[in-house]
Design a protein around this ligand. Structure first.
Ligand code: ATR
Length: 261
């Protein structure tokens, strides 16, 4: 990798930072595209976030950064401009510095998930979708699904009250979509998505019984490791097509590169 005076600098801000896969993925895209850019991991703790952002604003060849745990919510205080998605979910996972030193925030979890599906020729418009979970990532996916005009959304979450709050927000924003709480995976679904962290441990079991799953249902996960989660394993046994978690990260990486350009 060539680094010279014209190299555009990108970062990923997190704590801890050793585990992140983004630098490798993003730098290989820069290399493949022949772009004079580099993305560097920055280990920044929560108390230093404000000063870090102030400093980055002043660095003229700093173009943007991926924001990861634990800064995705805290960063909102230091943004000059935010997208609708950031406002709706209250989290941000990528920032861009304009030539004037303005910091803009975007949240690409949901759009990245949709992009990952598209890259594998799966489309959500008019589909009946079941979503497990309503944390940060799942909420962003729920908004992106509605934004992309699905027909029906059923949501289940361990803590029902959290799901009901999300359903209330979504119903107000998308009155034409059939959105409801469900604890029963029906046999007429087009897509089922595990948007929870259930499946990260080898000993995990799917959050709900998948015994009714139809073999025509596409089953997606957002967990990257293990690649074959308990949900995807059971879906395969039911004869369903599966969509692995890595696709969402790849989708996000593509969109992040476009956003920070
Ligand atoms: P992320 O930012 O990765 O989405 P999060 O906001 O902490 O993380 O959300 C985690 C999601 O996984 C939530 O839907 C959570 O359910 P609760 O709202 O009930 O906490 C779900 N989750 C995590 N561990 C779980 C478990 N052991 N069983 C069921 N659901 C779990």
């Amino acid at each position: 990798m060539k680094i010279d005076g014209k190299t555009k600098i990108y970062g990923i801000l997190g704590d801890p930072i050793k585990q992140v896969a983004t630098p490798e993925l993003m730098n290989s895209i820069f290399k493949k595209n022949g772009e004079n850019k580099v993305l560097i991991p920055f280990h920044v703790n929560q108390v230093s976030l404000e000063l870090t952002i102030q400093g980055l604003k002043k660095i003229q060849n700093f173009k943007g950064a991926v924001i990861t745990m634990p800064h995705k919510v805290e960063i909102l205080k230091y943004l000059d401009e935010t997208s609708d998605e950031v406002k709706m979910i209250g989290a941000c996972n990528v920032i861009k510095r304009t030539p004037e030193g303005i910091i803009k925030g975007e949240l690409l979890d949901g759009k990245g998930f949709i992009q990952g599906l598209k890259s594998n020729n799966h489309f959500v418009e008019s589909k009946r979708v079941f979503l497990l979970g309503c944390g940060g990532a799942a909420s962003a996916i729920a908004f992106a699904l509605c934004e992309n005009k699905i027909q029906k959304l059923s949501i289940f979450n361990r803590t029902k009250s959290k799901a009901m709050k999300l359903i209330d927000k979504l119903t107000k924003a998308y009155p034409n979509i059939d959105i409801s709480y469900s604890d029963n995976v029906s046999n007429d679904l087009n897509i089922l998505i595990n948007g929870t962290s259930v499946g990260m441990k080898e000993s995990d079991k799917p959050l709900l019984s998948l015994s009714n799953l139809n073999s025509n249902t596409l089953v997606a996960d957002i967990i990257i490791s293990p690649e074959m989660t308990c949900t995807l394993k059971q879906a395969t046994q039911k004869g369903c097509q599966i969509h692995k978690g890595i696709a969402m990260l790849e989708g996000q990486i593509k969109l992040m590169n476009e956003f920070m350009n």
